[in-house]
Design a protein around this ligand. Structure first.
Ligand SMILES: *Cc1c(COP(=O)(O)O)cnc(C)c1O
Ligand SMILES: [Zn+2]
Length: 444
């Protein structure tokens, strides 16, 4: 029998999983889903989980629900799944060379049903919404959360309300939420405004909140760590590199690994390395202060006002899950890095040349690895897994602009800054004549 409850990470107060709360009702701290799994050994967990690979059952095929011994309880009939997960780990030789290391692998979570890792959290989030009897769900989103929530809500027959910052989400993501039938509320403000408002509204209405402050979402996302290890035959990498926006995903991966550590499935934690964009780097700034002051409880994140990056999925100045992210870094002796817009753009092009591609936010991983390898904080022979969070088709404007040399942004002092297309791949315009085409090809 597995006992599951919600526990405040701050004051440790426990609440039943049936409580409709998103933070601690005493101290407002973030909540964890916690499990008392006495009697199930790590060996046994690995056996059960491995035995489900190749099973014809839908919940065994899901890369989330396959690991259900460490997930909130749910009846098979209540589970809303799109058989998410099962995403590839690919070797990336050109990216490795670019970063100056021997070998690099990417686990590509953009290969999920709606094209981002958010699906892993939505299958558990929407399942919980259904268990709570919610008939409408809501989120603030930079795009992928809304696309994913809209799809899973549609599957469950639940209404979806999406709060998006005006003009700041990519068309690809917006089009998904529209197609899956969500109601879209475009807020005049940035993501941090939309986030604050949806939390306020959810507290005063029947809307069930599905941002990553919801601990049930992070439970699904932690299976990234489980599946990655299972695919590697339970062999630990030295390091896992992940982009940081609202910091839910890095926190979820850390929690998953920590649960495996507690149960003896693994013997130590791989170093969690979180990479942020320079213009949206509140964790990076906090981390610089935090190092060496581990016992200090007064440290608080300083929001970045007017957070900026063209990688819209991580354009977040006030990340909700920062205390959990710090906890994960502490557990794993992790690190935080920041990278520039130019570095992100070039790294994204390099991941494209490896034949996989990704959306801009995902490329901070390679940019960060390259920077850390150059500084000597990543050894060339490390066993690395970097997490690609979103699909290359999510933000085609960015990609086409980069390759045609027209990608640019406005910096803090309102100057226009052009991104250099160092690895650009401009298309060739030709008259509709055979000779002209042959001539153009000969010179390639
Ligand atoms: C949501 C998202 C992120 C950021 O994840 P957090 O959990 O908010 O830190 C990064 N990349 C992509 C593609 C995303 O959709
Ligand atoms: Zn508390």
């Amino acid at each position: 029998m597995i006992m599951v409850s919600l526990r405040c990470i701050n004051c440790q107060t426990e609440f039943p999983t049936s409580s409709r709360i998103y933070t601690c009702s005493h101290c407002n701290g973030l909540l964890d889903v916690v499990y008392e799994t006495s009697g199930i050994s790590g060996e046994r967990l690995m056996d059960v989980w491995d035995g489900r690979r190749g099973s014809p059952k839908t919940i065994d095929q899901s890369g989330v629900w396959r690991f259900r011994e460490l997930l909130p309880e749910a009846d098979e009939s209540e589970i809303v799944t799109m058989i998410e997960g099962n995403t590839q780990i690919w070797d990336a030789p050109r990216s490795a060379e670019y970063a100056g290391i021997d070998r690099l692998t990417f686990k590509h979570l953009g290969m999920n049903p709606t094209g981002s890792f958010k699906d892993l959290g939505m299958t558990t989030g929407i399942t919980q919404a259904r268990r709570m009897g919610a008939n409408s769900v809501a989120c603030a989103s930079t795009g992928n959360t809304s696309a994913s929530m809209a799809a899973y809500a549609a599957r469950a027959g639940i209404r979806a309300f999406v709060f998006i910052p005006s003009g700041q989400i990519s068309l690809g993501k917006l089009s998904q939420a529209l197609d899956y039938g969500a109601t879209i509320l475009q807020i005049d403000g940035d993501f941090d405004d939309a986030m604050r408002l949806v939390r306020e509204v959810a507290n005063e209405s029947p809307l069930y909140l599905l941002n990553s402050v919801n601990p049930f979402r992070l439970e699904g996302q932690k299976t990234i760590a489980f599946e990655m290890l299972q695919q590697r035959n339970w062999q630990l990498p030295d390091r896992i590199v992940v982009p940081g926006g609202n910091l839910g995903n890095s926190s979820a991966i850390a929690k998953g690994l920590h649960e495996l550590l507690e149960r003896g499935v693994i013997e130590k934690m791989p170093k969690i390395t979180i990479v942020q964009a320079e213009g949206a780097n509140p964790l990076y700034q906090l981390w610089k202060k935090y190092r060496g002051r581990e016992g200090d409880t007064d440290l608080k994140i300083e929001p970045v006002a007017g957070a900026f990056t063209l990688a819209t999925a991580i354009k977040i100045g006030s990340p909700v899950s920062w205390p959990k992210a710090i906890r994960g870094l502490r557990w794993s002796d992790g690190e935080v890095e920041e990278v520039s817009e130019q570095e992100i753009a070039d790294a994204k092009a390099m991941i494209g040349r490896d034949g996989m591609g990704c959306e801009p936010a995902s490329a901070v991983t390679l940019a960060g690895i390259r920077k850390m390898a150059a500084a000597g904080s990543i050894r060339p022979d490390e066993d690395l897994v970097a997490i690609l969070t979103g699909h290359v088709l999510k933000d085609p404007d960015y990609t086409v602009n980069y390759h045609s040399g027209t990608l640019s942004y406005t910096d803090k002092s309102r100057e226009r800054v052009a991104i250099e297309s160092r690895y650009g791949n401009e298309f060739i315009r030709l008259p509709a004549e055979r000779e002209a085409i042959i001539e153009a090809l000969v010179f390639r």
